[in-house]
Ligand binder design. Sequence first.
Ligand code: PEP
Length: 322
Amino acid sequence: MKFSAALLVASLAAAVDAFSVQHATTRVGTEMYARQPIMAGNWKMNPSTEADALNLSTGFVALLNEMEDTCAVDESEGCTEVVLFPPFPFISKVRDVVGPHGISVGSQQIYYEDKGAFTGSVAASMVKSVGCEYVLCGHSERRTMFGDSDVNINAKVRKTLEFGMKPILCVGETKDEFDLGITKEVCAMQVSKDLAGVAKEQMKDVVIACKLQLCCGIYCFYPVIIIIETTLAVLDEPVWAIGTGLVCGNNEANEIHKFIRTVLEKMYDKEVAESTRIQYGGSVTPDSVDGLMAMSDIDGCLVGGASLFADKFARIVNFKKQ
Ligand code: PEP
């Protein structure tokens, strides 16, 4: 599909201001647009050894087997899909542990070329051959620390799909962009650029993760942020140097998710807008997951820190339906 990012953003500028509660669909939606919940654990560059990775995996599946509602124990419609993203060296062995329990593994990263002299890079075919079903594309850490551009991210999304895997496309603003008040514009731009050339029929395999670490937390906990910022200023450290653990307010997060559906509707159509799964990402914990998952347009979570604890991630996966 030909699509102009510039045109989209221009036309969205007005829509951003006017946006209110335009889509009243529930998370499970109508039968036509049912969205299966999906929980993903992004281990990042953890744990340190293969033995620790196997302990974490075995601990997690042991807990899951005691619980209900995950695909691991319940194949019925509406169960929760679970994906783990271990570091490359651990993928095969983690897959051997969790695969028999209905849990998928994914790759935190790929390079968009098929093979060749790209030292240190990993191709789509390689992660596919060790059992990956998903690939994280455009994670904020890749964007900010490793210079992943929207052009490269788009190439990775399309390469992931070409190899029969499913991209989890991560979008979200930086702190500077948040401060400028352009969160929605940034999300719209990333979604439009990163999905350029992805056909409507391929969108059933695309998941979007909206990572909003601090954005709405600033509204909800503004006085706390002021204290933290002041303290850090005294210590001469950036805010981003520490994890505040603040999560986006549920309603504010839901509003951004709904907004992303309006972007998808402009790019594709209502069916894609209402059936694409959108995860919330950013300091999700066992305490925050139930409230987030009660929101109409939050279909799952991308979980970093808490996924490194078997009990915490097992509880997140088994969120209580409200
Ligand atoms: C992540 O970076 O993928 C993530 C969601 O991290 P955390 O849950 O630790 O904020």
